[in-house]
Design a protein around this ligand. Structure first.
Ligand code: FE2
Length: 354
């Protein structure tokens, strides 16, 4: 099975137009395409948002028959499909099902004349599926015959974010190992990192799986049951089971991007001053200036290969579940242990203040 990068991410949302307005205003996406009754799909309205290499599809049900209706009733707005680019969607689908995955969408060919797009989906974790997407042409026509393309791509000079770096997934206790095994067996992913995280009396286990291409990465997290219930338990209760807790979007210049996003209305978590006072002693000299990191609240960590700079938003979700991460990699291919702990400590501080 040949899995390349993330092709797109589909959210099921209550109101695609309102969600698009937020993501365009706050994060700089642009609406590039639309699907709905006008394009022969009377049961839904979908908008395609693009920025750099990031394609997000926002889908709202227009009746009770579309699966987005049931998803939103159970989870609220959230990630429903993380699509994988592949050179053989029907083959990947058949192999995934043979290896034990549940079929969600049978293979279908959209469009014609050298511009065909073949899609098929299988279930991943919780109610989140993976759509295999095979494109004969470029991305100019996102899904021929389904989406009308309605605008040009944004100007590259205005681009703040360019790629989906990873998704973080909360799992109920006891499902971490079996989920890692599922991604290894069904999709040929490898485990590249693992971490036991303690924040106060709470604890969680985390394992990171990645596609052989290195372009699709999932951080999987489960709560440790013999500790005090904490943030992962809160997510699972409010979301209604396993789901995507955050999506990380890659930037080339995090200390410029964070203030630009803040100016557009994105609210980030804060980092205490003491974090920066102890930074050089803990990690050595960061690639970026400590004054810039302190000013922007950006966290720094390192792995075997280099440094990684990250910052997490407050949750804009009505259930306080889903949030976003902005990440800037300076050589690091995985994660450091400090930032994951720093994230959960920052969320605990935010909760204590709320
Ligand atoms: Fe992350």
């Amino acid at each position: 099975m040949n899995i390349g990068a993330v092709d797109h991410i589909e959210f099921y949302v209550g109101d695609a137009q309102q969600s698009a307005f937020y993501l365009c205003t706050a994060f700089g996406f642009r609406v590039r395409g639309q699907a709905g009754p006008e394009t022969g799909h009377p049961d839904r309205r979908s908008l395609l948002l693009r920025q750099g290499g990031i394609d997000l599809v926002l889908t709202s049900a227009l009746g009770t028959d579309h699966p987005a209706a049931d998803y939103v009733a159970r989870h609220g707005d959230g990630v429903a499909n993380i699509a994988f680019a592949t050179d053989d969607a029907a083959g990947a689908f058949a192999l995934a099902v043979e290896r034990g995955a549940t079929a969600v969408e049978e293979p279908r060919t959209h469009g014609e004349d050298g511009d065909e797009v073949v899609t098929a989906s299988v279930l991943g974790f919780g109610d989140v599926a993976h759509r295999f997407v095979q494109r004969a042409g470029g991305r100019e026509d996102f899904l021929p015959g389904v989406f009308d393309m309605i605008a040009e791509d944004p100007d590259e000079t205005e681009r703040l974010l360019h790629t989906v770096d990873h998704a973080a997934v909360c799992l109920p206790a006891g499902q971490l190992s079996q989920t890692v095994e599922f991604y290894q067996k069904v999709f040929g992913f490898r485990q590249i990192f693992e971490e036991f995280i303690e924040v106060g009396e709470q604890a969680m286990d985390s394992k990171v799986v990645q596609s052989p291409s290195g372009e699709v990465t999932f951080t999987l997290i489960e709560p440790v049951v013999d500790r005090r219930p904490g943030q992962i338990d809160d997510f699972l209760a409010r979301h209604g089971g396993a789901g995507v807790q955050h999506l990380a979007l890659l930037t080339d210049d995090i200390v410029t991007t964070v203030p630009a996003l803040e100016a557009r209305g994105v609210k980030f978590l804060e980092t205490p001053d003491a974090y920066y006072d102890e930074l050089t002693e803990r990690l050595g000299r960061p690639d970026l200036r400590i004054e810039d990191l302190r000013r922007t609240n950006v966290l720094v960590d390192r792995d075997h290969w280099g440094q990684v700079f990250q910052l997490f938003t407050q949750s804009p979700h009505v259930r306080r579940t889903f949030f976003w991460e902005v990440i800037d990699r300076h050589g690091a291919r995985t994660f450091g242990s400090g930032n994951i702990k720093a994230l959960y400590e920052a969320v605990a501080r935010e909760k204590a203040m709320a």
